[in-house]
Design a protein around this ligand. Structure first.
Ligand code: ATR
Length: 275
């Protein structure tokens, strides 16, 4: 059977092998998907050895997404926009780099949570790699407005400027957490900062919660992140990033195998196990 891996460091606790095994069973395809630990200074050597052994594709996770971007010989538009690669497909001499994280986020919100983003008002928190990866897929949904708020204003401004160049008809603006406009009535607030890792919450004014938005945290865990706890205090609808994880995997699977797996069953299973 065809061989796939997820490459990262650390990697032992990755849920991706389980997710892809479920997809393979469900779509009646034969393939192997396992974890591959790369030394911190050995991403390319590890990926090349796997490719030389006949590997067909790989997911790439922390901390190698930028190296995977540089390693790719061809990039999809969304990988180019994200500046990072989470999915590699080996095709003869070609190393195709894609990024399915942002599409995974959008599919989880639109399909799984059932919240269309078209004509909605979105507040995106953060301007690092995770935010950048989400930007193009979010804008493709044609929201009424997308505001990027970040601790460091200049990074939000850079992202907003690049987004406006790509989507001149859409309203994209940048601000700090403290200076989010008061009159926006956000439908969706997405936390793409890494603040949750430090149990911190971006210092947003209370008025951002006025319209009872969907609060989405790209992170997930057995207990709600600090951001989702604050959101719940403001009666927001809360969703963590577990669905994004499953949906980015489904998009990678579709790229490799040409077939779209159902994501509901495995998402439900992972959710049950985490409780
Ligand atoms: P990632 O790949 O997870 O996006 P990153 O590129 O290092 O990681 O970006 C981290 C993001 O989280 C940035 O937007 C960062 O804000 P700055 O640009 O000001 O550094 C944000 N961030 C990290 N820790 C934070 C905290 N404690 N509070 C608010 N924002 C934080």
């Amino acid at each position: 059977p065809d061989q796939y891996v997820v490459i990262g460091n650390p990697i032992a606790h990755s849920k991706s092998p389980r997710i892809h095994a479920r997809f393979a069973a469900e779509t009646a395809q034969r393939l192997n998907y396992s974890t591959l630990l790369a030394p911190l200074d050995g991403f390319v050597a590890t990926a090349e050895a796997f490719r030389a052994a006949g590997g067909r594709g790989a997911n790439v996770t922390v901390p190698f997404k930028l190296e995977a971007f540089a390693y790719s010989t061809r990039l999809t538009a969304r990988a180019q926009a994200a500046g990072a690669v989470n999915t590699l497909m080996f095709d003869g001499a070609d190393i195709i780099g894609d990024n399915t994280d942002g599409l995974g986020l959008v599919n989880d919100i639109v399909r799984n949570a059932g919240i269309p983003l078209q004509a909605k008002r979105i507040l995106l928190l953060g301007a690092g790699g995770a935010a950048r990866g989400a930007l193009l897929p979010l804008l493709e949904q044609q929201p009424a407005q997308l505001i990027i708020a970040n601790r460091t204003l200049s990074k939000a401004q850079q992202l907003a400027q690049a987004a406006r160049a790509e989507f001149p008809d859409l309203v994209v603006a940048a601000c700090t957490f403290e200076t989010v406009p008061a009159d926006c009535a956000f439908d969706v607030i997405i936390n793409a900062t890494s603040a949750s890792l430090q149990d911190a919450v971006p210092p947003l004014p209370d008025y951002v919660w006025q319209a009872r938005p969907l609060a989405y945290d790209m992170m997930y865990g057995a207990t709600p992140t600090a951001f989702l706890q604050v959101a719940a205090q403001h009666a927001a609808q809360c969703r963590d990033g577990l669905g994004m994880l499953v949906e980015q995997a489904a998009a990678a699977y579709a790229l490799w195998r040409g077939v779209q797996p159902a994501t509901g069953p495995v998402l439900h299973e992972l959710r049950m196990e985490m409780q």
